[in-house]
Design a protein around this ligand. Sequence first.
Ligand code: C2E
Ligand code: CA
Ligand code: CA
Length: 458
Amino acid sequence: MAQKYYLPFSNNKKISLYNLAYIDPFTELGNYYYFCKEGNKFIQKNTAPKYILILDIEKFRAFNSYYGHDKGRELIIQLAKRLVKILKDYNNIICSFTNDIFAILIETNDRINIIADNLFGSLRHIEVNGEIYNIYPIIGIYKIKNDENILLAIDKAMTAHDEIIGDYNKKYNMYSEETEKVILEEQQIETIMEEALENGEFKVFYQPKVDLKTNKVISCEALVRWFREGKFISPNRFIPLFEKNRFIIKLDKYIFKKACEDIQYINKLLKEKDCLKNYNHKNPHNQSFTYNSFITASINISKEHFAYDNFIQEYYDIVKQTNVPRELIELEITESASVYKGIDLKQITKDMKQKGFTIALDDFGTGYSSLNMLQDLSIDVLKIDKSFIDRIGESNLVKYIINMAKDFNIKTVAEGVETKEQIDILKNMGCDMAQGYYYAKPLSREDFVEYLTNRVLQ
Ligand code: C2E
Ligand code: CA
Ligand code: CA
């Protein structure tokens, strides 16, 4: 006869093996396994429309570290009780996955958005031991199709949930066909990305940066281009995905190496053509070159690298391998990295500088960093985001940024410059460099060389 085991439970309850396998001991709700097991049965009953909701609390980890784990646990227990109470009139399964994640199956003919609205509102304040805590629930919803597998349904609700993290304009997010299309496309990209890299489908293009005092091209930004079967795939479609799945680490290194080789090649070629003979200026960082060539390149380095301790050394090694003078290479890091996964951008920029790299802070103004932060970071160049340049005539903001940067001895680059008017204003404001379609779109290496040759010889 099968033996029944009982284990003592913290609150003096006895727990069977069944409970141990399927019940969350804190909230006493079903757990993930219970949800999957019972969920499949629930879905198959063909009565009213069914929905799956994934719910958690924004920044729960921060709550835990601020108030302590005991309070965090108590909060989750109270939240579970509240959920059960709010949804008591519906046929439902409410489960507790891990930490603060709850999954809910609900069957209703009512409008789900009203239920979700109500849920959001009722969970904003939770009482724990007589004290009220303000929390921010994140809710993703998926309407289940007939006979759909519970695991797929969880995935979709999870996707809807993940999509609104950080979006405070929405109280919840419904999974949509649009999302499904994006996911499908992402899955397709993921299956071909490695092969695409091996097949050389990723190319590096170069967008000129012009010195606003001399009107000469002194630098360029290396930008990845993906050509698949003759079609161009925009970086905006694959870079965010590659940042999610970390393929960006591999791709960035590949692009970096190619760009180093190209910049070495371009400068050599220009020298041979004697193009730079009368090209007597200082490089963007005000260092006089002993090296007889002047075109520098800035290369994008995703913030995903920052989780790896030795990435700066790896980039340093690539520069050495390719024999390109280090002064010609500038690393572009995004401003948003400053608030990313507890990253110490101050230390990272310091380490990069120590290795002799020039550093540009990209997309300045779009993230959270303040101008004051500039003095803490070891950066050489500030790239003012296109959104500011688009509205340059409307305020003195850009001028303010440029002046502040000057105080810190940081050069400024205006991004996405499209008109002569913008150039004139930027010159007046004392901006150092400009980059944008007004001068040129990102060009293949050959086209860039041709562009340089024409401009230098004009
Ligand atoms: P970003 O680093 O801010 O690069 C500038 C983007 O603005 C480029 O888009 C460029 O083509 C575009 N642009 C430049 N001038 C103008 C203009 O006058 N008007 C308009 N409308 N756009 C202009 P692109 O190449 O599509 O790249 C998009 C983003 O993808 C980049 O933004 C960067 O964040 C990322 N990216 C591109 N290449 C790489 C790479 O090799 N590694 C990493 N990690 N990210 C990359
Ligand atoms: Ca950039
Ligand atoms: Ca940028």
